[in-house]
Write a protein that binds this ligand. Structure first.
Ligand SMILES: [Zn+2]
Ligand SMILES: [Zn+2]
Length: 241
């Protein structure tokens, strides 16, 4: 199984979990054309697209994705936000497990300024349990037996404060960022409280263009966890063992 990053961050998120038979798409926040290219124009292998919440950087291509015949799975709040209906649109609920293709998915609530934001715990027998959590400033759940982690690491509070001081970021945005996105400190706290014994690697998602420091984030999380850490730069491909 491979993880392919088509985009990560406020300019658009889309990730593919791909083996020879099928693809699970996480988010569709890029143009449909970009997503199609990332799929090598192979739409028929896509088992489904899971969507965390209604923000455009996670949903941009949602209507085209449905038109292309791909099933989407997301919370009712997100479905209603776009007024979507039809047999391709599946409403899911926190803590109610479902299966798509050979994947089993457990959605869970996240904390973000969106209608019904969700994260996903994804099981597949080739990779074990992959945790996908983005656009959340907190995680109320404890997970065990995780083998792969994809987690947002949006900003560092010191970098953010510096940007506010020098006027790069308006002060009024500060609270919105802090109450909706994972900081380096939040990620460290979450990882320290999580059983990482079976974790093979950690991939950091949704780094802010202004308020992050990719090299420092990778170093700090590697130092804390002793695991290989990657930043989800566009074009990243990882073999998930
Ligand atoms: Zn986002
Ligand atoms: Zn968002």
């Amino acid at each position: 199984m491979k993880l392919k990053v088509l985009g990560s961050g406020s300019a658009g998120n889309c990730y593919l979990l791909q083996n020879e038979n099928e693809t699970l798409m996480l988010e569709c926040g890029l143009s449909y054309r970009t997503i199609l290219k990332g799929l090598n124009f192979n739409v028929s292998d896509v088992a489904a697209c899971l969507i965390t919440h209604e923000h455009r950087d996670h949903c941009k291509a949602i209507k085209d994705i449905i038109k292309a015949g791909i099933d989407i799975y997301t919370g009712k709040g997100t479905i209603d936000f776009y007024g979507m209906s039809g047999y391709r649109v599946h409403s899911i609920r926190s803590e109610e497990q479902f299966a798509v293709g050979d994947f089993t998915v457990m959605p869970f609530k996240t904390d973000h300024d969106a209608v019904e934001p969700l994260g996903f715990l994804i099981y597949h027998n080739e990779i074990g349990r992959l945790l996908f959590i983005t656009d959340s400033y907190y995680c109320r759940y404890k997970f065990s037996g995780i083998t792969h982690i994809m987690i947002e690491c949006n900003y560092d509070v010191n970098v953010l404060n510096k940007n506010i001081e020098n006027g790069t970021i308006p002060y009024k945005l500060r609270n919105r960022i802090i109450k909706s996105h994972f900081s380096l400190e939040n990620v460290k706290e979450f990882l320290s409280e999580t059983d990482l014994s079976e974790v093979r690697e950690i991939t950091l998602l949704h780094l802010s263009g202004d308020n992050s420091d990719e090299k420092m984030f990778i170093e700090e999380i590697e130092k804390l966890t002793g695991k290989p850490v990657y930043a989800a730069d566009e074009g990243l491909e990882l073999e998930l063992l």
